[in-house]
Design a protein. Structure first.
Length: 528
């Protein structure tokens, strides 16, 4: 016959209170507000004052500390320094009881809340939630906490959804907001519109100019660090990635792309780059520009040019990566002959000149001759300025007009949207009805193939539009600079070189071909 005997639970021995042992309960409190506006900070101060008085009013309680977190969201405990320090002290045996206003003030994440409470419970540390009147060591405490924490987490999710809706409404309305504390060049102006800080704008324009003069982002970063110019975040040392982000940020030309990133998890606050999962919003002329649109676009084209060249881009000076060999297509590199003598001469020669198996026989070029050739070639354009400007004006509207491509994109997109609706309807029918799966697959694949083909066509047309826009920008800069020139130039001007020249092809010791922005070419013979 089966019998069951009860083995009693082991009873913990009651500890005797020694003469030096205090029977007072060591009590701490936790206070937090999630925003740093005046109203919340007032509430925050009131919480602290209340807990100090409340703990001191209990004769059998010993005051430990008021642990606080100010202006921090509660959806995760990872970034709450005050909270984490309190838990460490409690587990370390310094606290017997923690008082806090409510479950939502403690944590809005059910997992974090319960995990923390169980860790404390193992050390016989109790938490009291005033609003809900829950003691964590009470027999009903954990069930009530599970329910209350889940409700708090749901509340946090609802708040997050409301915040996202508000943000996307602002995006759709074209309202621009910048992280001013770490965004160089702008401060919050009237009606929350970004306002230029001229002292910082000078640095931004200089970064753009140095890049167009041939400097790399890493080289520019070294220059700014050496001159002790502060980064957007207020640091002393610049990185190439910071410089690159400034050079590629459309906000510096007065436009704004909104919703570049989005939050994937309301609990962890993890962000992700928006790669098409959500719509983006492009706002033109949303605020005052620091660099003109043409300069900004030239920088983007220069990034593409350097990447497409497939060669390392030097940052020695303005000629780097712009002088090419007419024989082999390689870049010319800078060399100094007799550097430690009075006969020192700077020359440029093809980088393939002494490379095995590809010895290039194009002769070297003195830097002074290159500068003189540029002066002569540019003066030849200035002398024919009116004729060139007239030709450019006539040609520009023809070769850079992308109206046709835009109309085609709209038409194809309408067709693609229509196919997308048919696909959705087909998928819905297959979910509701018992369709023949072979027939369904054929229809689906046919529609999907057509849709993808249309998207490829749209991509190709958009690429053509981008090329024509870039061409227009280059021609606009060329026309603008040429129109400004009233007189022939007498000496080499690095700024003009950077603004006007894309490449120089060296065909021999005496023959050069200058390729100016906008498509104008100027052959030039070097005369000894």
């Amino acid at each position: 016959m089966q019998t069951v005997k009860i083995i009693p639970a082991k009873q913990e021995r009651i500890k005797m209170v020694t003469e030096n042992q205090s029977a007072m309960k060591r009590v701490a409190a936790y206070a937090r507000v999630s925003t740093d506006n005046d109203e919340q900070l007032s509430s925050f101060k009131a919480q602290r004052d209340y807990y100090v008085k409340h703990i001191h009013s209990k004769p059998d309680w010993k005051f430990v500390e008021i642990y606080t977190d100010e202006g921090i969201s509660a959806t995760s405990t990872k970034k709450r320094d005050g909270f984490n320090r309190m838990i460490k002290d409690a587990i370390g045996g310094k606290i017997d009881l923690i008082i806090t206003k409510s479950v939502s003030r403690f944590a809005r994440n059910t997992v974090d809340s319960l995990t923390t409470i169980r860790r404390l419970k193992e050390k016989n540390v109790e938490v009291f939630f005033e609003k809900e009147n829950i003691y964590s060591l009470d027999s009903k405490g954990e069930l009530m906490l599970t329910i209350m924490s889940s409700l708090a987490q749901e509340e946090s999710q609802n708040i997050s959804s409301n915040v996202k809706w508000g943000q996307r409404k602002r995006f759709a309305d074209g309202k621009v907001s910048l992280p001013y504390g770490r965004f160089l060049g702008y401060e919050k102006g009237k009606d929350n519109i970004p306002q230029v800080v001229e002292k910082e704008a000078v640095v931004i324009r200089r970064i753009y100019r140095l890049f167009l003069e041939g400097k790399t982002p890493s080289n520019i970063a070294r220059v700014l660090t050496k001159e002790r110019i502060r980064t957007p975040g207020g640091k002393e040392k610049w990185s190439s990635s910071t410089v690159k982000s400034i050079l590629m940020n459309e906000k510096y030309k007065g436009d704004a792309i909104l919703q570049k990133t989005f939050t994937t998890d309301f609990l962890t606050k993890k962000k992700k780059i928006n790669e098409g999962e959500l719509p983006k919003y492009y706002v033109e002329n949303s605020h005052q520009a620091i660099v003109d649109p043409e300069t900004y676009e030239l920088v983007q084209e220069e990034f593409k040019r350097r990447k497409a060249s497939g060669k390392t881009t030097s940052s020695i000076n303005c000629f780097a990566s712009r002088v090419t060999c007419g024989a082999c297509g390689g870049f010319f590199g800078r060399k100094v002959w007799h550097s430690n003598t009075k006969y020192a001469t700077t020359i440029w020669q093809c980088n393939n000149k002494f490379r095995k198996k590809t010895y290039c026989h194009t002769p070297h070029l003195k830097e002074e001759d290159l500068k003189k050739a540029f002066v002569g070639a540019l003066n030849s354009l200035i002398e024919s300025k009116e004729e060139i400007l007239k030709t450019c004006d006539e040609v520009m509207n023809t070769i850079t007009d992308y109206t046709k491509e835009e109309n085609e994109v709209r038409g194809i997109q309408e067709e693609a949207d229509a196919i997308g609706l048919v696909l959705e309807k087909l998928i819905g029918q297959n979910a509701r009805l018992a369709l023949d799966q072979e027939e369904y697959s054929q229809k689906y694949n046919s529609l999907a193939s057509k849709y993808n083909e249309l998207q490829e066509n749209i991509h190709t047309l958009n690429e053509e539009i981008i090329k024509k826009k870039a061409k227009r920008n280059q021609m606009t800069v060329f026309i603008r600079e040429l129109r400004r020139m009233e007189h022939l130039i007498s000496e080499f001007d690095e700024t003009l070189w950077s603004a006007l020249v894309t490449t120089v092809v060296v065909n021999g010791m005496e023959e050069l071909i200058f390729h100016f922005r906008g498509g104008t070419m100027a052959p030039w013979q070097i005369k000894e």
